[in-house]
Write a protein of this length. Sequence first.
Length: 405
Amino acid sequence: MTPDPSSRRRGGSGRLWTDPREEEEHQHWLRPRTPPPAPPPPVVEEDPGPDPRELYRRRLLQVALGTLAAAVLFAAGVIGASVLDDAGQPAALPAVSGAAPADQRSKAVRAIYASASPSVVRVEAERGAGEANGTGFVVDTDGTIVTNAHVIGGASSVRVRLDDRGPAVDARVLGTDASSDLAVLRVDGARTAHLRPLVLADSDDVQVGDLAVAIGYPLGLDRTATAGIVSGVGRAIRAPNGFSIDKVIQTDAPINPGNSGGPLIDSAGRVIGVNSQIATAGGGGNVGIGFAVPSNTVRRVVPRLERGRSIRRAYLGLSTRPSTVGSGALVADLAPGGPAQDGGLRVGDVVTSVGGRRVVVPEDISAAIESRTPGEDVEIEVQRAGAEQTLRVTLGTRPETTGTP
């Protein structure tokens, strides 16, 4: 996002000068008034004809110029073809993406920031050991704000700063969900009535290469925008309570401590995710790998938290890793007395299907039960000792934290 360099106007040379033609016109009185001498008669010489060597050089020059002209015309045809469609009309420019020209991308980022940034707020959580800062964003004119659960976890009080120079106002915590790392706050609606709530996109439509803009308060700085692309989709990260958050969006837009809870925004100005974690190389700073909880998870969780409801999730009670003998998820451990163990699963089984949904990688198991409810029965197909078996498991309720699978 490097701005175009400003042009510098060039000044005068700083010295006086006189046009010789003006001198000839206005200073003729300095010369004596004598008639000019008659010009000598022209000398007529016999034309010896063109020099053969000169003719040869001219022909070579003509050939070279002709070849250059043909090359220019050919290049013009190729270039023209690259911007014309099959009907010979100018082709439409591609949608703004991470690979867009620098000036086009910069304009898009500026427009996104101008539109969305007023609705991005600083979140200040007071804890016994001090104050933690994060980011949030307005999703309703009634003062509803979304942030990360880990930003406000364990806080005795939470305040929100709606403007970089404005005062911090008290915020009420409506609910938190450690399994998705989401939390919902509310401030006096009169303070946010003038703000445009940010709109949630369909995160299932996000593709690698899409433009991604992160807005937040990194490292205690005032409101900041960074831009990059969507680097990956369908990732899984570890939630604060130890469980897995699935369908996470990976981005190379620089994200640092303090960005947590802020929005990751697409080229249309919609929220595709909530910035939550970064991968580090030991120094604690950004290395170009950040993760955002997908907006579709926000869409499911936030309305329940607004109403003060707890989130009850289906639970199998197993941990898995990729199978080494093909697709599927290898059962690595079972929670003692958990639903999977009670349903007959064993360590070493390879889960190939849950509820009729094929399992290719371990994350597919979570995806297969995320829409189901505790107490529901589900069929699980496994491979055991080279044979296929179908087991019936009654789903449990996910505990608050995991000390077990």
